[in-house]
Design a protein around this ligand. Structure first.
Ligand SMILES: Nc1ncnc2c1ncn2[C@@H]1O[C@H](COP(=O)(O)OP(=O)(O)OP(=O)(O)O)[C@@H](O)[C@H]1O
Length: 612
């Protein structure tokens, strides 16, 4: 017990080494943690029993045994998420599923008492040990879908065989932030298990110490995992479960090589699962390489609508030079004081847009060139509601689970329809409602139709917002007039700053006076004051502790088109003309993308710029 307390507390971490010798003496006398009955292994089952750093090793290697007791089949869960009335289905009651009391209690504490459909669909086959590919819409609970069965099986295993030192489960995620989230979800759902999140950009020594101490579950980004493997700190020989979260991204070029290096080190006899809200056709061939007779559980299927229910979609046409000026009015009208994420293509645009908006709204930028500690402060500040507008690159497109984001604005078109799905999916999570607005130029109209076709959605066109005198936010924001030469910016409007904007035609927004002040629509509308007027960029938000403090992580870009050629859906045209967005395409290798600024000015998931 002491070991657990120490490992989970950053402030007590320094004491770990000093106490480890005392602890190792005590360890054999400590009873197992809650939920785990003490089991004395038979001599022939014992593989390793030596105690290192306060934790006994697993006493038995090999596949975990489990006999399914759940009654439903995966097929039965392929109901439409919204149409499904789970209030009458007692089969979804978590208390009635035979899941470990530890997990049931922890979930109940978080207000989770019923399974979501993907969780229901996955549970039984996962418990039976099936490899699988799972697809369900964004925000529908995929993390717990693979998490609950894994946690339950590990609890059972530990109860039977004793706690071990090497991880039984490995979860790979494309970003540090997502890795953190998954680890947090695991930890909060089974506090009796030891979890660790490993990622780049933080001192490796602390992670090595924690691993040496013993963990049940390791969640991380591929780059750091490989690093830890090379240093001999991470032993994957006992891994029984491996999950690729955001599998399509993990198997894309730039990630796949590293993922392969890691998978090769895992025991053959393991259960492998891959999850994502998007599973482009090319992934099916690829998964054959990594999965054994996989079961596909696809709650999206061929249904037209690929987005979560409850998300209202809008599009608005604008000129390139007016774009920035319409953001304010859009936020004021559609976010209504709630949380909003604005997605840009480039880190520079995220910075500049956030900087300009900060005159009138409380907002922050989030991208890979921002220091890790600042990213963490930014994200926790956004989560905690210290500010409500996040201007982010696609680093925040996947997996980020911030409750109650009301509005997504695609300030620039996403590179692919999958990115559109993931960006948009930051709202409307867990059955909640939300809105997304796609800003496009006339030349990008075809791309907008392409998204509609691919994603099976229909945008409601908002009336244009006219900007008097044009307006180039970048020139107006920090005396940098004329210095920014990105192709998407038109310098002809360089000196105009933000013009007075007004709506054309019937706005539908209920105001006719337009937006009188310069800048980002500091409006006289009803909710204009809700964000405050000053940017808080000073980082007043407290960071979290050890292993929970990183921002986004090793996020390699992929140029999928270069490797997968036409394996994809056959759609090869990119969305519109993105102009010079300062992106530099790279391929191969796992880059700690966020750490390297250089010419890489995007945090895009796919610089191949083709829908996949
Ligand atoms: N059974 C449940 N009951 C209530 N809330 C749940 C349940 N399962 C998951 N949630 C919550 O729903 C939210 C979304 O879950 P999660 O992040 O796993 O979605 P996801 O499908 O992985 O989304 P994405 O595709 O965007 O990564 C989380 O806040 C999670 O805690």
């Amino acid at each position: 017990m002491m070991s657990i307390i120490l490992r989970r507390s950053s402030s007590k971490r320094a004491l770990t080494a000093a106490l480890s010798s005392v602890e190792s003496i005590l360890h054999n006398h400590l009873s197992p943690k809650s939920g785990a009955a003490a089991v004395v292994p038979k001599p022939d089952e014992i593989v390793k029993t030596r105690c290192l750093g306060g934790r006994e090793f697993h006493v038995k290697s090999g596949p975990l045994d489990f006999k399914a007791t759940m009654m439903w089949q995966a097929q039965s869960a392929v109901d439409d998420y919204a149409a499904y009335d789970d209030s009458k289905d007692e089969g979804l009651e978590i208390t009635k599923l035979g899941i470990s009391q530890d997990i049931v209690a922890a979930l109940a504490k978080r207000g989770i008492s019923k399974l979501f459909p993907i969780q229901r669909a996955v549970l039984e086959p996962a418990m039976q040990g099936r490899d699988m590919i799972g697809r369900a819409r964004t925000g529908t609970g995929k993390t717990l879908a693979f998490g609950i069965p894994i946690l339950d099986k590990i609890i059972q295993f530990n109860a039977k065989h004793g706690r071990g030192r090497n991880p039984l489960c490995l979860v790979l995620a494309p970003t540090r932030e997502l890795a953190k989230q998954v680890e947090k979800e695991f930890y909060e759902s089974a506090p009796s298990l030891d979890t660790i999140c490993v990622y780049g950009g933080t001192p490796i020594s602390g992670q090595m110490r924690a691993l040496d101490y013993g963990v049940d579950i390791c969640v991380g980004t591929p780059g750091r995992i490989i690093d830890l493997m090379k240093r001999g700190a991470l032993n994957l020989s006992e891994v029984q479960f491996v999950v690729l979260d955001e599998a399509d991204q993990m198997l894309s070029v730039g990630f796949a090589e590293d993922v392969e290096v890691i998978l090769e080190k895992l025991p053959q006899n393991r259960q492998s699962m891959m999850f994502s809200a998007t599973m482009p056709p090319w992934i099916r061939n690829l998964t054959q390489k990594y999965l054994k007779n996989p079961l596909t559980i696809d709650l999206v299927g061929d249904s037209d609508q690929k987005l979560a229910d409850g998300i209202s979609l809008y599009s608005i046409a604008t000129d390139m030079w007016s774009k920035a000026s319409i953001i304010g009015p859009l936020i004021t009208e559609h976010a209504k004081g709630g949380k909003c994420i604005v997605f840009t293509q480039t880190k520079r645009d995220a910075d500049r847009l956030a900087g300009a908006m900060a005159r009138n709204f409380r907002c922050e930028a989030l991208h890979g060139d921002i220091s890790q500690s600042q990213r963490e402060r930014t994200l926790s500040g956004f989560r905690d509601g210290h500010f409500n507008i996040l201007v982010a690159t696609d680093v925040a497109a996947r997996g980020l689970d911030v409750p109650n984001v009301d509005l997504i604005i695609h300030y620039e078109l996403p590179n692919t329809s999958e990115t559109f799905v993931h960006r948009t999916g930051r709202t409307g999570r867990a059955g909640k409602k939300g809105s997304a607005i796609l800003i496009y130029t006339q030349e990008q109209s075809r791309a907008v139709r392409g998204i509609e076709r691919d994603v099976g959605c229909r945008f409601t066109e908002l009336p244009r917002i006219a900007v008097e005198g044009g307006g180039n936010m970048f020139n107006d924001m920090s005396g940098q007039s004329g210095t920014y030469r990105g192709g998407m910016r038109d310098r002809r409007y360089g000196d105009m700053g933000f013009g007075r904007s007004s709506r054309q035609g019937d706005s539908g927004f209920g105001r006719s006076g337009g937006y009188k002040s310069p800048g980002f629509g500091r409006s006289s509308g009803p909710s204009s004051g809700s964000f405050g007027s000053n940017a808080n960029r000073s980082g007043n938000f407290s960071g979290s502790g050890f292993n929970r403090s990183s921002g986004f992580g090793e996020f390699a870009r992929s140029d999928r088109s270069s490797a997968f050629g036409d394996i994809g859906s056959g759609r090869s045209s990119r969305f519109g003309d993105f102009g010079d967005n300062n992106s530099k395409q790279t391929s191969g290798g796992f880059t700690d993308f966020f750490g390297s600024s250089g010419n890489n000015n995007t945090d895009n998931q796919n610089t191949g710029r083709r829908p996949f």
